[in-house]
Design a protein around this ligand. Structure first.
Ligand SMILES: Cc1cc2nc3c(=O)[nH]c(=O)nc-3n(C[C@H](O)[C@H](O)[C@H](O)COP(=O)(O)OP(=O)(O)OC[C@H]3O[C@@H](n4cnc5c(N)ncnc54)[C@H](O)[C@@H]3O)c2cc1C
Length: 191
């Protein structure tokens, strides 16, 4: 049996959004994150529908992490160094050399795209972001589907525009897709 059903590499906006849903669906989920979300730089998120414009990026991250934790998600604060994506269960190795196995992998590293380049994953420049500093994973679609079964891409790497609400929504969509696939029925969370 693999260590986890879902490992999310990169717990920024999209990774946390995904984790809240896979955790709530009852899937054993691990988020590995090195603490460098772009959102941490934002003093006020004024363009997230329904969110108080006083909310800072740090507050958003804190609340989303608490939601994921209360859904049973595990967290590891470190950098992922190595991925094995050519056999299932997939493997993720952290900075200390510890290896974790999982049936599903979500790649949501945004600016940490060197990890993907080092593993031969082809990237392009995200044309929705004027700075040209943001990448996307070629061969993945906006749903985050990569063509490798069980391996998804989330957030700006899925070639979406740079708004937080879009990254969160796309990450949520990935979480719902994984939950549906793992449970064998369309997953829906309505309170
Ligand atoms: C200066 C600035 C201002 C912004 N202002 C706004 C705004 O006002 N409104 C708005 O809607 N959006 C704003 N944004 C955009 C917003 O921050 C992004 O849309 C959002 O963060 C993208 O989410 P993401 O999950 O794709 O990436 P991120 O949130 O950046 O998350 C990526 C995560 O991957 C982790 N990671 C990377 N590599 C590794 C690795 N090897 N191992 C482990 N973890 C790894 C990082 O620690 C990070 O937490 C702003 C961005 C910047 C830079």
């Amino acid at each position: 049996m693999s260590d986890y059903q879902v490992i999310i590499v990169g717990g920024g906006v999209a990774g946390l959004s995904c984790a809240i849903y896979t955790g709530q669906a009852g899937l054993r989920t691990l988020v590995i994150d090195k603490g460098e979300s772009q959102l941490l730089k934002v003093k006020q998120i004024r363009n997230y529908p329904g969110l108080s414009p006083e909310t800072s990026g740090e507050e958003w991250m804190h609340t989303a992490r608490a939601q994921a934790e209360s859904a049973g998600v595990d967290f590891l604060s470190t950098q992922v160094e190595r991925l094995v994506l050519d056999r299932r269960p997939y493997e993720v190795t952290d900075q200390s050399g510890k290896v974790y196995t999982s049936e599903f992998i979500v790649l949501s590293v945004n600016l940490g795209f060197d990890l993907l380049e080092n593993h031969g994953i082809n990237l392009g420049i995200n044309r929705h972001v004027p700075s040209k500093k943001i990448r996307y994973v070629e061969h993945a679609n906006v749903e985050g589907v990569t063509g490798v079964p069980g391996v998804y891409v989330a957030g700006l790497l899925a070639h979406v525009p740079s708004q937080t609400v879009i990254a969160a929504g796309q990450g949520t969509f990935v979480g719902v897709q994984i939950a549906s696939e793992a449970l064998g029925r369309p997953y829906m969370w309505h309170d």
